[in-house]
Design a protein around this ligand. Structure first.
Ligand code: WTA
Length: 647
């Protein structure tokens, strides 16, 4: 029995541009193959060598311990992640290099050199210690995209306090649940954050959350937007006050490699939030090495990742990975459509960004908004484009390459998860030919397998469950306070192997194609199909910007497909177009996959990190009121609008 049937016909291949490959860190497929083979045949030797590029107070001699599901990396080593991201560069003469170029939503720009950032982090580390924060304490950071968010993270990492960043879009209840689960005693926040020209009142949400969090001893509040806030005497401290007269001398302590670094809550599209725990040494080495090779970082790059620091992408690829490499990182505070639909491209042109890393949800929004917006700006500085977060529809990939990359920049489609800490599969841009929609091949040391229901390995192009059967340095260590959930959620489906929750296939060239979450698989006339491929067929139609496909119960076929479609800005909806789109899928994939119903939608429901929430759409399509958890939904009004939309 086929576990998941693949219906993709995508066959385009894009070789690394010769000019790119010539200067790349890994410049050929043969070189990648050689390094990869070494990394899996001698993982201890390989990772010991990588780790030595960073600073250790005590060099590790034990590299990897694996007692499934528990991994330890570099266990007898001691290090400090903040030291590696900051002091190390200053000590090695790179203090004047720009670390952050920060762009505020209202339009101001601030740059911080490595020397300046090091000073700020040392001062804030002293301020935290002075306020009573100790090693091992949990500190919640609930802020917008301001440099102080990164400073707070780095200061926690520096003193060995365990940070838990909560995305600023979450409201009081979500903040409360996370504070309680983490057992946090300190909350760092700001008066408000800018979002689309409006103030998101963060401190007010914290006040509400703290009504049920008696263990929180203090908050530290940055003033950013100037809105009125209330400060509780004896609990709430001003950011400026805690820094008053504080020294910028601070020696980074040597922390054990397995010292807890951060907890990051992930909700995914189903279930209650779980606190994914990452530790110091392995996470440091993993994000350092992936940043270096996957982004092919060079000294003169201006690197911009558009994620929020509230997500793992912001942790690993705005803060820790790029800074460990001494890169120049752009950080933008606000929305992509403020004040205009071209804001991102204005930023790329203004700061001469060379590497741009974003998510498919953003790319589909750019497509919907129209080509004229990027067209207004000189994007000639770009040399590499990346994507992460969902399977990218091949047509969106092609659009990204052509319109943003000028047919010149390679695209890295990076597959990974909050739990994996760092990138697991991606082309190395100078070495591996890309196929639109495929994350191509595993990164060094990563051992992905595709399994059938019974645990045997699937053959070429046979869809199955994506697992990782060897440990890697930046893997999660546990679910905070819930070892049972860690075992059950990740290591019980296939005992001893890490189950990703994703479906995938491997093609005849060994390339991996992630087909989406297995929870989203639909079953039509006996075919188990991943939704991503069906959606890609719709996105390949010139009228379509975005699509979400779900199944509803059907007497005849068991399940019938319902497609929710967002049209490009210039296209007029009509009954004929609905039929044309259904026919299009039937022709592209086969009659059995023709949607029984196509519904137009201005927007589809998404998680706050931009992933389509198909579960809610499936409930709607079945004529039910969405009953499950909707707290992770980005915009609740989307559901109401969809309910009103007829068939
Ligand atoms: C999905 C984000 C296809 C996948 C770093 C994964 C992807 C989940 C890709 C993790 C990609 C992420 N291609 N699917 N390049 N990247 N995903 O925890 O389903 O927010 O399991 O981490 O996103 O999402 P998370």
């Amino acid at each position: 029995m086929t576990t998941i049937k693949s219906v993709s016909k995508e066959s385009r291949v894009f070789d690394p541009p010769a000019a790119f490959a010539e200067r790349a860190r890994v410049g050929s497929r043969a070189r990648y193959d050689e390094l990869y083979r070494r990394s899996v045949e001698d993982p201890e030797g390989f990772w010991a060598e990588q780790a030595r590029e960073l600073h250790w107070f005590r060099e590790p001699t034990t590299i990897r311990q694996w007692d499934p599901p528990f991994a330890k990396w570099f266990e007898d080593g001691t290090t400090n992640l903040a030291y590696n991201c900051l002091d190390r560069h200053v000590a090695e003469g790179r203090g004047d290099k720009t670390a952050f170029i920060w762009e505020g939503e209202p339009g101001e720009t601030l740059t911080l050199s490595y020397a300046e950032l090091t000073r700020e982090v040392r001062r804030f580390a002293n301020a935290l210690l002075g306020a009573g924060v100790a090693q091992g304490d949990r500190v919640v950071i609930y802020m917008g995209m301001v440099p102080e968010a990164a400073i707070a993270m780095l200061a926690c990492a520096r003193i060995g306090a365990v940070h838990s960043v909560i995305f600023g879009g979450f409201a009081a209840d979500a903040v409360r649940d996370r504070i309680l689960d983490a057992g946090a005693t300190t909350v760092i926040t700001q008066d408000g954050a800018w979002r689309r020209g409006k103030v998101v009142e963060l401190k007010a949400q914290v006040d509400k959350a703290l009504e049920s969090c008696p263990e929180v001893a203090r908050t530290i509040v940055l003033r950013r937007t100037g809105n009125e806030i209330t400060m509780a005497v004896g609990r709430d401290l001003e950011w400026a006050d805690v820094l008053e007269g504080v020294s910028d001398e601070h020696e980074a302590p040597a922390l054990a490699a397995e010292h807890p670094l951060f907890i990051l809550y992930t909700s995914g599209t189903t279930g209650t939030p779980k606190g994914v725990l990452h530790t110091t040494g392995g996470y440091m080495v993993g994000t350092y090495v992936t940043s270096k090779y996957v982004f092919d970082l060079r000294d003169d790059d201006v690197y911009w990742c558009t994620a929020d620091v509230g997500w793992i992408t912001g942790h690993s690829y705005i803060v820790y990975g790029p800074l460990a490499n001494g890169a120049t990182v752009v950080m933008y505070e606000g929305a992509p459509n403020h004040p205009g639909l071209d804001r991102f491209w204005e930023i790329v042109a203004k700061h001469r960004v060379t590497i741009f890393y974003t998510a498919p949800t953003a790319i589909r929004a750019f497509i919907k908004w129209g080509d004229e917006h990027p067209g207004k700006h000189d994007l000639g500085s770009l040399r590499l484009l990346g994507t992460v977060g969902e399977p990218i529809n091949p047509e969106a990939w092609i659009w990204y390459r052509r319109v943003i990359g000028g047919d010149r920049c390679p695209i890295i489609d990076t597959w990974w998860q909050t739990e994996t800490g760092g990138i697991m599969m991606s082309p190395l841009p100078g070495a591996i030919a890309a196929k639109p929609g495929s994350c191509t091949l595993p990164f060094f040391g990563v051992s992905p397998k595709i399994l059938r229901e019974d645990g045997s390995e699937a053959g070429p192009n046979e869809g199955g469950y994506l697992v990782i059967d060897q440990p890697w340095p930046s893997m999660l260590r546990t679910v905070w306070g819930n070892e049972e959930r860690f075992r059950k959620g990740y290591f019980s489906r296939f005992p001893g192997k890490y189950f990703t929750g994703d479906g995938a296939r491997r093609d005849e060239d060994g390339y991996f194609w992630v087909m989406g979450r297995v929870d989203d698989v639909v079953n039509v006339s006996g075919h188990r199909l991943g939704t991503a491929e069906l959606e890609s067929a719709l996105v390949a139609h010139p009228a379509v910007a975005e699509a979400a496909v779900v199944a509803r119960p059907d007497e005849l076929t068991g399940q019938a497909l319902v497609a929710f479609v967002t049209l490009k800005g210039t296209v007029t909806p009509s009954a004929e177009l609905k039929k044309a789109l259904a026919d299009h899928v039937g022709e592209e994939i086969g009659k059995f996959a023709r949607p029984a119903s196509v519904r137009f939608a201005d927007a589809v429901p998404k998680t706050r990190s931009g992933k389509i929430m198909r579960r809610l759409l499936a409930e709607l399509a079945a004529g039910k009121e969405p009953a499950g958890d909707v707290t992770t939904l980005e915009d609740i009004s989307v559901l109401a609008k969809l309910r009103g939309e007829d068939e």
